[in-house]
Design a protein around this ligand. Structure first.
Ligand SMILES: NC(=O)c1ccc[n+]([C@@H]2O[C@H](COP(=O)([O-])OP(=O)(O)OC[C@H]3O[C@@H](n4cnc5c(N)ncnc54)[C@H](OP(=O)(O)O)[C@@H]3O)[C@@H](O)[C@H]2O)c1
Length: 447
């Protein structure tokens, strides 16, 4: 086994070493997908005139449409445009850059590239979240590389930063804002705008899809959280097992209450390893974050990831998490790394079970038809599950028949507070299901 691995690595280095001598011809690159990121990658390669690499092929369905587009103007005349994947497979391209997205046919085509001795660079977060570990093993078996630095946080070098820069630390916790659409919506709501109006703006600006579920319900972010868990915690998670909570139930009034508590609200993706059980505690949800936390400072489509290491402490990565050009920068950096046979840091990754359980204080917002006895009813329900009230806030100026007010709790388990919320939702006075948000504290723990 060890000999086989050594042979694979040697083959990879040999394959790529021959291309680095200045007298050698440049490493040939093929692009799969000429969309937002693919066309930006072609432009960055053309305009930056980077030595040692040459774009030779572009693949896309209905390729003539792409070839005739304005984005194609920067593409050198020597580039072969094709809609036949086999032409890429049989070409002299040594690095295939997959920028189509989705699992199918990308997964199958990557496998074919590896078998044909081609390394792959991709920004495909779904593919890497669901199949990344197996694909990396397959690439190594074939003596080629699979690099995906742009799959999380677009242009922010969080993946190479963790792999190369923090490989020597034991990262115990990651938390971040990895979905620019949610950050745009929530940071606009911070200034008083309503969710529906901001979502409509996000759709008009092209930040959100017509069906925004993947972003606002947390599915995009959880794919990225699983990639980060693999890179930082060396834990392979099943993305479908990671708990998510939608941001669509957060209202403008919640920002007013959050401010009174010294916080704002962000969609936070967090994961941490339990030192004893080796369970990974992971969750993607809107959370109250202290105004003093770096996570509160990110606005608009900005992304931010904070890692906490046993030896090196906290490290913050921040910048443009999406968009053609920022993402293309990360993709081209990966292409250069593979072309210059810079060896990626690899540490063993284990499959880990995941739980959504955290020990944290919670924010509960109720909208009630006000009557005497409501607060004592809520307090009784919380006491029954063993949760203690920390504070009660009620802003003036709301009608008594539709009154929003807030209770915060002392730290308790997620499952405990969920049990209480389920019971409170059944109270006659409740006009809607209470909103329950975790309050992020700087020293909170998973349980
Ligand atoms: N956009 C970003 O800011 C960003 C940031 C980080 C990561 N990413 C990742 O980068 C990848 C590309 O994203 P993008 O925004 O560039 O997407 P996009 O604009 O939709 O581009 C995808 C391109 O691939 C083509 N394509 C898709 N499936 C194909 C198939 N089966 N056969 C042939 N051609 C196919 C599409 O052709 P049609 O035009 O015919 O659909 C399109 O030209 C995705 O994995 C995405 O998650 C994107």
């Amino acid at each position: 086994m060890a000999i086989k691995r050594k042979t694979s690595l040697l083959k990879a280095v040999n394959t790529l070493t021959k291309t680095t001598d200045a007298s050698d011809s440049p490493v040939k690159i093929a692009l799969l997908g000429f969309g937002t990121v693919g066309s930006s990658v072609a432009r960055v390669i053309a305009e930056s005139k980077l030595p040692g690499i040459e774009l030779t092929h572009i693949f896309n369905r209905n390729v003539e449409r792409k070839r005739a587009s304005a984005a194609a103007k920067c593409v050198p005349a020597s580039v072969v445009w094709t809609e036949n994947f086999d032409e890429i497979l049989n070409s002299g391209a040594e690095i295939v850059v997959e920028l189509m997205g989705g699992l199918d046919p990308a997964e199958d085509w990557l496998k074919k590239c590896f078998a044909a001795g081609k390394s792959v660079v991709t920004a495909n977060k779904q593919l890497i979240a669901y199949r990344g570990a197996a694909l990396s093993r397959l690439a190594a078996k074939h003596g080629v590389q699979l690099v995906h630095g742009a799959a999380v946080a677009g242009g922010v070098p969080v993946i190479p930063g963790i792999l190369q820069g923090l490989g020597g630390d034991q990262i115990t916790r990651i938390s971040g804002i990895v979905n620019g659409t949610c950050n745009y919506i929530l940071s606009r709501m911070e200034t008083g705008a309503e969710y529906a109006a901001v979502l409509a703006d996000a759709q008009r600006l092209g930040y959100a899809e017509a069906n925004p579920s993947a972003d606002v319900d947390g599915f995009d972010a959880r794919a990225k959280l699983c990639i980060l868990s693999r890179i930082a915690l060396h834990a392979e998670l099943d993305p479908d097992a990671v708990a998510t909570q939608t941001i669509s139930t957060v209202e403008a009034v919640d920002f007013a209450y959050a401010k009174e508590l010294g916080c704002t609200i962000r969609q936070v993706s967090r994961a941490q390893m339990d030192a004893k059980s080796r369970l990974v505690h992971a969750r993607v949800a809107p959370m109250l974050v202290p105004l003093t936390s770096p996570l509160a400072w990110s606005h608009g489509t900005q992304n931010m990831v904070v890692t906490s290491g046993k030896f090196g402490g906290d490290v913050v990565f921040s910048g443009h998490g999406a968009g053609g050009e920022p993402t293309a920068v990360a993709v081209v950096a990966d292409i250069l790394a593979v072309a210059q046979h810079s060896v990626a840091v690899e540490l063993p990754v284990r499959r880990r079970e995941v739980t959504g359980e955290f020990m944290a204080p919670h924010y509960l917002r109720f909208v009630v038809d006000d009557k005497p006895g409501i607060v004592s009813g809520i307090a009784g329900t919380l006491a029954k599950v063993g949760a203690n009230i920390d504070s009660l806030l009620q802003r003036p100026g709301y009608p008594k028949h539709k009154l929003p007010f807030v209770i915060t709790t002392e730290p308790c388990l997620t499952s405990t507070i969920e049990k209480a919320v389920a019971a409170m939702a059944k109270m006659d006075c409740m006009l809607e299901r209470p909103l329950c948000l975790q309050i992020l504290t700087l020293d909170d723990k998973a349980e």
